[in-house]
Design a protein around this ligand. Structure first.
Ligand SMILES: NC(=O)c1ccc[n+]([C@@H]2O[C@H](COP(=O)([O-])OP(=O)(O)OC[C@H]3O[C@@H](n4cnc5c(N)ncnc54)[C@H](O)[C@@H]3O)[C@@H](O)[C@H]2O)c1
Length: 311
C-alpha cells in the first residue's frame, strides 16, 4: 500500500534525496522545511507534493501539517547546526522541534518515525570503529541538542528508529570536505586539510537501508549507518584534485579544531545483523559519483557545523 510520508527538512541534502526516492516509488510526500540550510528549489518536483514552509519549533504548525496531510510515516530530517554559537536555535529545532514532531506522530498513530543522528553524538570516542552501544558524549551545541532530541524520541513510545550516520555522499551534498575542496580547487584557491578521519557512505547505500527501515515490522531502536572504513581528509583532497586533473600545492594540514573530532568511524555490524544490510559502493566509487555530480550540477552554498579555522 502507498505510504504517506512526511519529511521534515525535506529540502535538505538527505531530505531531497528521500523525496526523490519515495516519490519515484509512488508514495505521497509532504515536505516541511524552513529553508535554514536549503531552498525550495532543491526539492525535486517529480510529482506535485505539498511543501509547508515553516519551523518545526512552531508546535501549532506541526500539528496543522500532520492534521492536513495525515502521514503514515515520518522521516524527521530537519536539524539546526549552521551557527555553532546559536544554542537557542539548536535547542528550538533539535530538541523542542523533535518533541513537536514526536507528539504529533504519536497522536496520528504513525507506523514509523525515522530520525537521523550525527556521529558527533559519540564525542571523542574511546573505541574505533565506534559501536552503537558506545556511550554518548557530545560537546558541541549541535551534538548536545541532537542527543537530547534522540533521547526524548526513544522515550516517546513511538515505533522510532534513530540512524546515526556517517558522512552520506550524494546529489546536493553541500557540506563537508568534498564540496569545499571541489569548489576551492576549481577556483584556484588554496585548501587546508584537518588531520581527521571519517567514513563516507554512498547515497544509494543509505537509501537501500531506508527502504528496509520503513518496512512493516522492521526493528526499532538506534543503529549506526556507515561503511566502518575510515579515510583521511587528505585522501579526499587527493581524490578531488586528481578528478579535476590538478596537481595543487600540498595543502596545509592542521590539527582538528576544538569543536572537531580526530577520527569518526562508526561500526555498522549491529545494523547489518538487524537488517541484513551491507554497503555496496566502495570509497573510490562514492567519491567518483559525487565529483561527477558536481561536474554536472556545481556546488551550492557550503554550510558547516564546525567553526571556521583560524587562518
Ligand atoms: N548528511 C549527512 O551525512 C548527515 C550525517 C549525520 C547526521 N545527519 C542528520 O541528517 C539530517 C539531514 O541532514 P542533511 O545533511 O540533509 O542537512 P541539510 O542541512 O541539508 O538538511 C536539513 C534541513 O532541515 C531544514 N531545517 C533546519 N531547521 C529547521 C526547522 N526548525 N524547521 C524545519 N526545517 C528545518 C533545513 O533548511 C534543511 O533543509 C539532520 O538531522 C542531520 O543532523 C546528516
Amino acid at each position: 500500500m502507498g505510504k504517506r510520508i512526511l519529511i521534515t527538512g525535506g529540502a535538505g541534502c538527505l531530505g531531497s534525496n528521500l523525496v526523490e526516492h519515495y516519490s519515484a516509488q509512488g508514495h505521497a510526500i509532504c515536505v516541511m522545511d524552513n529553508f535554514a540550510t536549503s531552498s525550495r528549489q532543491l526539492i525535486p518536483q517529480f510529482s506535485p507534493h505539498p511543501v509547508v514552509e515553516g519551523t518545526i519549533a512552531d508546535g501549532e504548525l506541526v500539528n496543522r501539517t500532520f492534521d492536513q496531510f495525515a502521514p503514515t510515516h515520518v522521516i524527521h530530517s530537519a536539524a539546526a547546526y549552521k551557527d555553532p554559537n546559536d544554542w537557542h536555535e539548536d535547542i528550538a529545532t533539535n530538541v523542542v522541534g523533535t518533541l513537536h514532531v514526536a507528539r504529533a506522530a504519536r497522536r496520528h498513530g504513525v507506523s514509523r518515525l525515522v530520525h537521523f543522528q550525527t556521529a558527533l553524538c559519540y564525542g571523542r570516542a574511546t573505541r574505533l570503529p565506534i559501536p552503537v552501544d558506545h556511550p554518548v558524549a557530545p560537546f558541541t551545541s549541535y551534538g548536545i541538542s541532537k542527543v537530547a532530541g534522540e533521547a526524548y524520541l526513544m522515550q516517546s513510545g513511538l515505533s522510532a528508529v534513530s540512524l546515526r550516520l556517517a558522512n552520506i555522499c550524494g546529489p546536493r551534498l553541500s557540506i563537508g570536505p568534498i564540496p569545499t575542496f571541489y569548489r576551492r580547487l576549481k577556483e584556484g584557491k588554496s585548501c587546508f586539510c584537518s588531520k581527521t578521519v571519517r567514513d563516507f557512505l554512498d547515497m544509494s547505500d543509505f537509501l537501500s537501508l531506508m527502504d528496509l527501515v520503513l518496512e512493516v515490522n522492521a526493528p526499532c531502536g538506534i543503529f549506526n549507518v556507515s561503511t566502518g572504513e575510515g579515510h583521511g581528509i587528505r585522501d579526499v583532497f587527493e581524490a578531488v584534485a586528481s578528478h579535476l586533473g590538478l596537481v595543487p600545492a600540498p595543502p596545509l594540514e592542521v590539527e582538528p579544531g576544538p569543536d572537531d573530532v580526530r577520527e569518526t568511524v562508526l561500526d555498522p555490524s549491529r545494523t547489518s545483523d538487524a537488517f541484513g544490510w551491507r554497503p555496496r559502493v566502495s570509497f573510490a566509487q562514492t567519491m567518483a559519483r559525487q565529483l561527477q555530480w558536481y561536474d554536472s550540477n556545481g556546488v551550492a552554498a557550503v554550510y558547516s557545523h564546525l567553526s571556521a579555522p583560524k587562518a
